[in-house]
Design a protein around this ligand. Structure first.
Ligand code: CA
Ligand code: CA
Ligand code: CA
Ligand code: CA
Length: 317
């Protein structure tokens, strides 16, 4: 956090300096050297002062408390650092960029355990065995963008995406509002993964799907128990669900419109096996943006400098 503010201030000063240099360039060329030096310093501060990226704990508050792993488990709120909040942005649209296709479907094939079980493909829509569902699960059909949205745009933690162990996928998920960094110290993105046995790649995207910031691998080893288990259609028993909390600083961005979620697989030519992540994700809605001290300081410097330059021009100094 401190690094962000410091960097912002450095950049504010940098722009003021640039403005001054451009004004004076013709008469004071020697300043160009210090301009270059300060440019390098500003770039350096941006590169070397990176915010800390430590995974934080949170508690999933759900209904009913005495849940049934095959039925609806509704996300009520999240508690983190003694703050409980329920203002979530949910997935509003999706774009499948890649999803290993389902193959070898024959009469009698099924996506559920038992004879004829077909485990090909990658991400599919999934639900608890007796959970409600917005549309039927994709099963042995490749899922559509709209089906993915249907399963991720509600608070039912027993509506999710299931990825086959050797499947690979790359899907853009857009939230219903822009997610901004703020100074609450709370995470911005909250993921749950069935089985606590898979990894998930994440990167921020803008409203056009353009990649922003840095790629982040959420590791199965960093998952903590979310306090419930689910038994869904493609598995024969209940599995514990784990969670990850992600702050925008871990993704190297101040805001995002969505995320690209990535499952890697050696069968797809990737260097790693993510072991088919089975996940749900929500974002914390940004309700207010409080100016950070660094920004206020930086804006003050800009205003002061512009005022000074104006006065100098007026008085002919
Ligand atoms: Ca499947
Ligand atoms: Ca899993
Ligand atoms: Ca089942
Ligand atoms: Ca899986």
């Amino acid at each position: 956090m401190w690094g962000n503010r410091f960097t912002k201030t450095i950049w504010d000063i940098y722009w003021v300096f640039t403005y001054q240099v451009l004004l004076r360039y013709k008469v004071m060329r020697f300043q160009f050297k210090s301009f270059i030096a300060f440019t390098l310093f500003a770039i350096g501060s941006n590169i070397y002062i990176s915010p800390s990226a430590q995974a934080a704990n949170f508690k999933t508050n759900f209904t009913p408390e005495k849940y049934n792993s095959q039925k609806d488990i509704l996300l009520n709120s999240i508690t983190q650092n003694q703050n409980t909040f329920d203002n979530f942005s949910l997935v509003q649209s999706a774009e499948i960029l890649y999803n290993t296709p389902i193959t070898g479907v024959q009469p009698g094939s099924s996506s559920i355990p038992g004879p004829g079980n077909n485990n090909t493909g990658s991400a599919s829509t999934e639900r608890g065995d007796n959970a409600t569902f917005p549309v039927p699960v994709s099963g042995l059909n490749n899922p559509t963008n709209n089906e993915i949205v249907a399963f991720l745009s509600n608070r039912n933690l027993n509506n999710l995406l299931d990825t086959e162990d050797t499947g690979a996928s790359k899907i853009n998920l857009f939230f219903d509002s822009s997610i901004q960094q703020d100074n609450t110290g709370l995470d911005n993105l909250f993921f749950w993964e069935r089985g606590m046995n898979s990894d998930l790649g994440v990167q921020a995207i803008d409203s056009t799907g353009k990649l922003l910031g840095n790629f982040l691998k959420l590791s199965r080893n960093e998952q903590k128990s979310a306090g419930y288990a689910i038994d869904t259609t493609e598995i024969g028993g209940s599995q514990q669900v784990g969670y990850w909390g992600v702050n925008l600083s871990q993704l190297g961005v101040d805001s995002l419109s969505g995320i690209q979620v990535i499952a890697k697989s050696k069968a797809n030519g990737d260097l790693e096996d993510y072991n088919g992540p089975d996940y749900k994700v929500v974002a914390r809605k940004t309700t207010r943006r409080v100016p950070e001290p660094g920004t206020v300081l930086g804006l003050g410097i800009i205003a002061g400098t512009i005022g000074l330059l104006r006065r100098r021009r007026l008085t002919g100094v």
